[in-house]
Design a protein around this ligand. Structure first.
Ligand code: NAP
Length: 242
């Protein structure tokens, strides 16, 4: 059976992506770090719409945890594989570079970028053997444009876009596509303390985006029909261009 794994699937964009991929027919593996209550709510919402879901908590920034969790899942699912991988888990720790602490830098790089390497490397073998896969990386406008106060986050997301383009070329012959989405301002916990009233003045659409609007683009890239789209970045930003 073909599964979809969404990292950071407990809340925000990840929850909307889980729900959308479930409606596309995938049993969904919901990864998260610590918020079991939110992850269980995502599972409940999937089941309510007739889908199938399981929880797989691990810290995406911790190589040992990633490998242990994924090895355990693969051990229990000998006949199955993760056909759709959405690398969505992410954090931000904004500060002007002159004040930025070592941990602000390394935690953002580990969670937003190294996680991609740990999780994708482990699951790529299954996709290559089965000769079909979809890898979708959740980048950001910040990785395309660079945003003041986010040198750490912009660096991680820009690197994720570079890795997307390189891996797309490596695995294209195996019918695996690798793409990224680059959301602008989307209403989630991550952006809850931002001043939407002020910021929306510079967004042509005139509002923050909704998680479902990002999930729709991810679902599009996950389809069979999107087989000739690879190494690309889709911006979902209400016209807030770079
Ligand atoms: P969010 O509401 O803060 O949710 C973050 C999710 O990531 C949660 O499910 C959280 O799990 C999980 N997570 C965080 N650190 C983790 C770790 N070390 N291991 C495993 N899971 C971890 O964030 P969001 O707004 O949905 O953002 C999702 C992605 O979109 C991120 O990559 C973010 O950078 C990107 N993005 C967001 C926006 C925006 O405006 N919201 C814009 C551009 C890009 P727990 O529930 O267990 O904490």
């Amino acid at each position: 059976m073909r599964y979809a794994l969404v990292t950071g699937g407990s809340r925000g964009l990840g929850r909307a992506i889980c729900l959308r991929l479930s409606r596309q027919g995938y049993p969904v593996i919901i990864n998260y770090k610590s918020n079991s209550e939110a992850a269980l709510e995502t599972k409940r919402l999937i089941e309510e719409q007739g889908g199938q879901a399981e929880l797989l908590p691990f810290d995406v920034s911790d190589k040992e945890q990633v490998e242990k969790a994924l090895d355990g899942w693969l051990e229990q699912h000998q006949e199955d594989y993760v056909a759709v991988l959405v690398n969505n888990a992410g954090i931000r720790r904004d500060n002007l570079m002159v004040f930025m602490q070592d941990d602000d830098w390394s935690s953002v790089l580990n969670t937003n970028l190294n996680s991609f390497f740990y999780v994708t490397r482990r699951l790529l073998k299954g996709m290559m053997t089965k000769r079909w896969g979809r890898i979708i990386n959740v980048a950001s406008l910040s990785g395309l444009k660079g945003l003041a106060g986010q040198t750490n986050y912009s660096a991680a997301k820009a690197a994720l876009i570079g890795a997307t383009k390189a891996l797309a070329q490596e695995v294209a012959p195996r019918k695996i596509t690798v793409n990224a989405v680059a959301p602008g301002f989307i209403a989630t916990d991550m952006t809850s303390e931002l001043n939407e009233e002020e910021l929306k003045k510079m967004i042509p659409v005139g509002r923050f985006g909704r998680p479902e609007e990002v999930a729709a683009a991810v679902a599009f890239l996950a389809q069979e029909d999107a087989s000739y789209i690879t190494g690309n970045v889709i911006s979902i930003n209400g016209g807030l261009y770079t």
